[in-house]
Design a protein around this ligand. Structure first.
Ligand SMILES: *Cc1c(COP(=O)(O)O)cnc(C)c1O
Length: 487
């Protein structure tokens, strides 16, 4: 909603261009005001710009654009004002389909009214994801590393709940070296969304290898069975060159990977099949990189990894990428960064050492649905568990445990923020809503409510209900619309 110069349009068009989900790119633009440029020069310039940025569909709104519509050649649809366009939209429900649409209008054109028509999920509870914060956090972790160290970002589990394609596309734009997902389907989804960065699949399932090859995804190999599976499938597919794989070594986590005493046999098989697969990377995972109590153990894991990779290097005779650090590892053991690190929770704003270096990425918010006065002695909600001792203002908000708001957070254990002030949750959290106490807060129906984010951190919520921020991030359900903001 800022439309006073061509430069801001150029930046917005670049952002539109980065959106990989839809091929067709559409621009809806209002008259540009106060540029200081003559209109008859301005509009041909804009036409040049939208041609340069390969905009497929152009809709101009405003009297100036209408007047200069000849500057835009054959293409372009023009409307005198926003309301006329809204009328057209309402009469043609299929006016847009499968398009990425950029709305760029000066405030007086009230494009927010258009936005409401174009948004396709109407649930009021949203998770707002700040892409600038993602970039900030990415660069912070990058600054802790040597310039040549590669970064693999973990975008598994819907990018820790924040949305896989959108986060991956921002990372790709910021030249991330690798992305990693848990399952093949997640990788396929990324490729379908136009992500070209290399992708590791950490837990490839049997029978998905042909899809992996088709979509250029690189499997982790964690034991002899998974190795054999990949070899068998590779041979039936007759891939042109040896296929890249990532070898996982168990150094003490005892989850997935080859034990050090299995490496000899592993190398034998890999050498025998060097026409079929090649080792792109060898990695391990730390069990307690965030806990100073276990630093001796962590150092041992690193030392075992060091020995095993040396052995593999000597036998294979070619170089591969080495990586062992997760987010906490990057902050606490930078000496073990090797060739690459695997950044996860840190990107989403959680630090082991100092959160103040990171920016809050996600904010879960909603609006008040209804407010009522509840008299002293009454109760609120199921099981009559919300006891009201003094006459109170009780508000309903449309978020419940089905959205990922844990029931343990109810009955006064948790609070939300209304106008920056604490409003405790009253009674039990219901499936689709919960009640909060807004007594004395001068709250109104429709007011915004922050559930998690700035002012109530994911860490804080996790502590309150006795879990870790990872679980809070990944519990926010898919019906909560993700909204991406970038300045
Ligand atoms: C999830 C995961 C990571 C990232 O861990 P964070 O603690 O979120 O940084 C790194 N490596 C592996 C193997 C993982 O599964």
């Amino acid at each position: 909603s800022y439309n006073a110069d061509i430069e801001s349009l150029r930046i917005a068009l670049d952002f539109l261009h980065q959106q990989t989900k839809y091929q067709t790119k559409t621009l809806i633009l209002s008259d540009i005001q106060q540029t200081g440029i003559e209109l008859k020069e301005l509009y041909p310039k804009i036409f040049q710009l939208i041609k340069e940025k390969k905009i497929d569909r152009f809709i101009g709104i405003g009297t100036d654009l209408y007047k200069f519509k000849n500057s835009f050649g054959e293409n372009g649809e023009f409307y005198f004002n926003t309301n006329l366009f809204i009328k057209t939209l309402q009469q043609n429900p299929h006016y847009f389909s499968n398009e990425a649409i950029l709305l760029k209008g000066a405030r007086m054109y009230h494009f927010e009214n258009l936005l409401h028509l174009l948004e396709y999920k109407q649930h009021q509870t949203v998770l707002e994801v700040n892409l600038n914060a993602i970039i900030h956090n990415y660069n912070y972790f990058k600054s802790l590393l040597l310039p040549q160290t590669k970064i693999c970002v973990m975008v598994k589990a819907f990018s820790y709940g924040s949305g896989i394609e959108e986060i991956a596309s921002v990372l790709q734009h910021n030249k991330v070296d690798y992305l990693a997902v848990a399952f093949t389907d997640e990788g396929v989804e990324l490729r379908k969304a136009g992500i070209r960065a290399p992708i590791i699949v950490m837990s490839p399932e049997a029978g998905t290898f042909s899809r992996m090859v088709e979509y250029n995804l690189e499997p982790e190999i964690y034991n002899f069975r998974s190795l054999q599976m990949i070899l068998d499938e590779c041979k039936t597919l007759v891939t042109q060159n040896a296929y890249p794989v990532h070898i996982k070594i168990n150094t003490g986590m005892n989850r997935m990977g080859f034990d050090p005493d299995e490496v000899h046999r592993l190398l034998h098989i890999i050498t025998e099949n060097k026409e079929t697969i090649f080792v792109k990377s060898v990695f391990s995972h730390l069990a307690a990189s965030d806990d100073p109590d276990f630093d001796t153990f962590t150092m041992e894991q690193i030392s075992v990894y060091e020995q095993v990779t040396k052995q593999i290097q000597e036998t294979l005779g070619y170089t591969f990428i080495r990586h062992i650090l997760n987010s906490a590892g990057i902050e606490r053991f930078p000496q073990a960064q090797y060739d690459m690190v695997r950044l996860g929770i840190g990107l989403y704003g959680i630090s082991t050492i100092d959160d103040s270096k990171l920016e809050n990425v996600s904010t879960l918010k909603t609006n008040i649905t209804q407010i009522r006065t509840v008299t002293a002695g009454s109760t609120v909600g199921y099981g009559r568990r919300g006891k009201v001792t003094v006459t109170s203002q009780i508000a309903v908000i449309p978020i419940g445990y089905a959205d990922g708001l844990n029931r343990k957070y109810g009955n006064g254990n948790g609070y939300v923020l209304v106008k920056g002030q604490k409003a405790p949750i009253v009674g039990s959290i219901c499936m689709d809503m919960c009640m909060i106490d807004v007594t004395g807060l001068h709250a109104h129906e429709g007011d915004e409510v922050i559930i998690i984010g700035q002012g109530i951190s994911f860490k804080q919520i996790a502590n309150t209900i006795g879990t870790i921020p990872y679980e809070i991030f990944t519990s926010i359900s898919q019906r909560v619309k993700r909204v991406y903001v970038k300045e």
